[in-house]
Design a protein around this ligand. Structure first.
Ligand SMILES: [Zn+2]
Ligand SMILES: [Zn+2]
Ligand SMILES: [Zn+2]
Ligand SMILES: [Zn+2]
Length: 109
């Protein structure tokens, strides 16, 4: 099976299509946005995730402006991600997640 490459949406580098993150810029949504809770593909025009029902626009914990649920705030550009505390997982998680999407363990707030 051949590996197909596709441009990263964030930095435009050609990367493997099945990559979970871009090795060049480190983006965790290189080919589109994913719901931080259920990992379903989402679009910026959606307000509620059709998979889990979570709001896709939330007030930024840093500046308070309403921002799309992605890796960083659209306004202050601060990160909205935290790292899973499970030392064997350490997957980046959206700061609001109560359960890790990688290992399923609870995240301490
Ligand atoms: Zn990239
Ligand atoms: Zn969802
Ligand atoms: Zn902000
Ligand atoms: Zn985890």
């Amino acid at each position: 099976m051949a590996f197909y490459k596709q441009n990263c949406m964030q930095c435009n580098s050609l990367i493997e299509r099945d990559a979970e993150f871009c090795p060049v810029c480190g983006s965790h949504s290189p080919f589109g946005y994913k719901c931080p809770s259920c990992l379903r593909k989402i679009g910026k025009e959606e307000k509620i995730c059709s998979g889990c029902g979570r709001a896709l626009y939330i007030p930024c914990p840093h500046c308070g402006e309403l921002t799309f649920v992605q890796e960083m705030c659209q306004h202050c550009k601060k990160s909205l991600m935290i790292v899973c505390q499970n030392p064997r997982c350490k997957k980046p998680q959206f700061f609001e997640n109560r359960k890790c999407t990688g290992c399923g363990k609870k995240i301490r707030g």
